[in-house]
Unconditional design. Structure first.
Length: 256
């Protein structure tokens, strides 16, 4: 075998090994990317499903339920592109398709939940922040148009305002019932200030007026429960006034 043939065989062997190594690397990278994307899509599905089920009934609407179902369906379809035999995704797709076909008649089975304490308010606020994040990521992925995302950002802001109205009103009323007008006043004041800071405060004019009435009630109760001045203080004030009158009389007498 000539040296040239040997050289060609060696170079070919090295090239083949490089090609095999590259193919293995590409396959492993593809597997990792598929695994990462699958995990990401499952997380998006769980988040949108969790929000759809867990949001308080007073904050859920047919439009919001449809949005969350539509986003879930988008993520499920993306998941099926990676694994067409995923039975869980196939079953979920059928359920979501059926729900979306109902349109505005979609079932709203979220129970009403009292938002009457700071811990509960923080919990609902976190849910709304998660919804906001989901909307932004969905727009980035192309599941929502930019216009839709902007619309729903405004709606989430509105839901946050509604949550705070209920929270501050509930805390204030409870404080009044417990004879704590100072705490009630702070709650009602926070509610009024928060609504005035909204992008469209006129949208909440009725709520502002109601909170203002409650604030006036808290102020009135606070005045009624304030301790009356002590008798000794009254006598001292009277004595001081008498001294002032006497001094004025002496000055008047001197100058006269």
């Amino acid at each position: 075998m000539s040296p040239l043939v040997i050289t060609i065989l060696v170079v070919s062997g090295i090239g083949l090994l490089i090609a095999i190594a590259y193919c293995n690397h590409w396959v492993e990278r593809k597997k990792l990317e598929t695994s990462r994307r699958t995990s990401e899509l499952n997380d998006r599905i769980q988040r949108s499903s969790g929000l759809s089920d867990a949001l308080p009934g007073q904050l859920m609407s047919a439009d919001l339920k449809l949005l969350l179902s539509r986003l879930q369906l988008h993520f499920v379809n993306q998941l099926l592109l990676l694994d067409k035999k995923n039975q869980g995704a196939i079953s979920r797709k059928q359920t979501l398709t059926q729900q979306l076909s109902l349109g505005q008649d979609i079932v709203l089975n979220n129970p009403q939940q009292a938002i009457n304490s700071e811990p509960r308010g923080n919990e609902v606020r976190q849910q709304l922040e998660n919804l906001h994040t989901l909307i932004l990521r969905s727009a980035k992925d192309g599941a929502l148009s930019v216009q839709e995302a902007k619309h729903w950002q405004g709606e989430v802001q509105h839901l946050l305002a509604q949550m705070h109205i209920e929270l501050f009103s509930s805390i204030g009323r409870l404080a009044l019932q417990n004879g704590q007008p100072g705490r009630a006043r702070r709650a009602f004041e926070q509610g009024v200030q928060m609504l005035h800071k909204q992008p469209s405060p006129e949208r909440y004019q009725r709520a502002i007026e109601k909170l203002q009435v409650q604030l006036d009630q808290a102020n009135s109760q606070l005045v009624e429960t304030s301790p009356a001045p002590l008798a000794e203080d009254s006598e001292l004030n009277a004595g001081l006034k008498g001294l002032e009158t006497e001094e004025d009389w002496k000055k008047k007498s001197i100058y006269d």
